[in-house]
Design a protein around this ligand. Structure first.
Ligand code: A3P
Length: 290
């Protein structure tokens, strides 16, 4: 099978499309009215994009307009005929205000975003559900290194030997940055529990007003069951050579607590011990026991 090429930049494992273009990406020119959606992989990126997209379109379900990556191949490339335009080139040609997305850890975000004081929405998900989601995604996505067994993958994940680096460093790094910059830090578990409340946080953050009716429409359209059947959101238009949904669908379960169906008692104890060490001294807490 295909072995994706990966390489470290400053200790963070990245895919070829990123490290080949790293100088360009690092020098990406952000604008003050850019909105950046930042996440660790498998933490609700697509969900956040869909919500933001619907807000920006006043609840109108239009075409696939979701945020562009500036740092790798955007989703839209795979459903458009070649020649491919890089995410970077698409991003620099987007009309403003732009909505962009990234999985980069905070220290690898192009410095222009800080200089321009662009707004950033960060979505975080508890480590155990994120790990489970990432494990299944690594099985179905041929551009992500193969995960091995679940047992093996727990170690790989804990050691941060996955694309985009350690979950621990990612969520903590962004958490620390949120007090110095315009960052709205959201949690997958909160969005799942009360999408209305969380979407209202986004509205306030981006200074946008919408009617109750549109808000309800957005909640409905961005629910898991609707997004799972939405070909513009569920990645089913990706070629099977990239994503094989028969192995595991991209829109897999969309729930909190699925880790309980995966971890053995021993694996859970080992995980908790490591977690305690890595999260010592941070005020950041997650709701993992839901
Ligand atoms: P699971 O694998 O646990 O189902 P990302 O977009 O960052 O890659 O994250 C993908 C994860 O978010 C998957 O988790 C996916 O099912 C979940 N997801 C996508 N849309 C969702 C929605 N509307 N509600 C809840 N979860 C959603």
């Amino acid at each position: 099978s295909l072995v994706p090429e990966t390489k470290e930049i400053n200790g963070i494992l990245l895919t070829k499309t990123i490290y080949n273009d790293w100088d360009k990406i690092w020098n990406f020119q952000a604008k003050p009215d850019d909105l950046l959606i930042a996440t660790y992989a498998k933490s609700g990126t697509t969900w956040t994009q869909e919500i933001v997209d619907m807000i920006q379109n006043d609840g109108n379900v239009k075409k696939c307009q979701r945020a562009n990556t500036f740092d790798r191949q955007p989703f839209i490339e795979w459903i458009m005929p070649p020649p491919f335009i890089s995410g970077f080139d698409l991003a620099i040609n987007m009309p403003s205000p732009r909505t962009l997305k990234t999985h980069l850890p905070v220290q690898l975000v192009p410095p222009s975003f800080w200089k321009q004081n662009s707004k950033i929405i960060y979505m975080a998900r508890n480590a155990k559900d994120c790990l489970v989601s990432y494990y299944h995604f690594s099985r179905m996505n041929k551009f992500v290194p193969e995960p091995g067994t679940f047992e093996e993958y727990i170690d790989t994940f804990l050691n941060g030997r996955v694309l985009w680096g350690s979950w621990f460093d990612h969520v903590k790094g962004w958490w620390e940055a949120k007090d110095k910059h315009q960052i709205l830090y959201l949690f997958y578990e909160d969005m799942k529990e009360n999408p209305k409340r969380e979407i209202q946080k986004i509205l306030k953050f981006i200074e946008k007003d919408i009617s109750e009716e549109i808000l309800n429409k957005i909640i409905h359209h961005t629910s898991f069951d609707i997004m799972k059947d939405n070909p513009m959101a569920n990645y089913t238009s990706m070629p099977i050579s990239i994503m094989d949904h028969s192995i595991s669908p991209f829109m897999r379960k969309g729930m909190t607590g699925d880790w309980k169906n995966h971890f053995t008692v021993a694996q859970n104890e080992k995980f908790d011990e490591y977690y305690k060490k890595k999260m010592a001294g941070t005020t950041l807490t997650f709701r993992t026991e839901i």
